[in-house]
Design a protein around this ligand. Structure first.
Ligand code: 5GP
Ligand code: ZN
Length: 137
């Protein structure tokens, strides 16, 4: 993808603070961190979102997320960890090249990864179960 900033960063055309790199991924520090140590896992090949990502790359990305979360926790002595992945504008995605957010959490850090819990109604429950199960059949 010619105009994709994360393709350029992942492939080393634009410099970024790189924590880890292999043949398929680069892990960089986020320029607008939610917390100290906020990092991004970028595949070197372009996929706009998780739906475009191959199963093989999705599996490797999650294994790398576990490894980097473990390393960041040891290095920064954080108290908890969020692993976040946004797909689509309404879900908060702003860069349309698949990436995983690694967000170290600290006691009382006030990082706002939260929502107001709703209520699962019987109507919604039945509708969702039947629609999803019909596709999975
Ligand atoms: P999204 O909102 O798409 O899930 O996340 C995009 C993330 O990329 C944001 O956290 C933003 O701070 C980060 N970001 C955007 N442009 C750059 C950049 O040029 N370099 C780095 N290191 N991070 C970026
Ligand atoms: Zn890209």
């Amino acid at each position: 993808m010619d105009n994709c900033i994360f393709c350029k960063i992942a492939n080393g055309e634009i410099p970024a603070a790189t924590l880890y790199e292999d043949e398929e991924f680069r892990v960089i520090l986020d320029l607008g961190p939610a917390s100290k140590g906020h990092a991004l896992i970028l595949p070197k090949t372009h996929a706009a979102n998780i739906f475009e990502l191959s199963d093989e790359m999705a599996a490797k990305a999650m294994i790398l997320a576990k490894k980097m979360a473990t390393v960041l926790t040891e290095a920064l002595k954080c108290d908890g960890f969020n692993i976040v992945q946004n797909n689509g504008e309404c879900a908060g995605q702003t860069v349309f090249h698949f990436h995983i957010h690694l967000i170290p959490r600290y006691q009382n850090d006030n990082v706002g990864i939260t929502w107001v819990p709703g209520n699962l109604t019987d109507e919604d429950k039945e509708e969702i179960l039947s629609k999803v199960r019909a596709i999975l059949k």
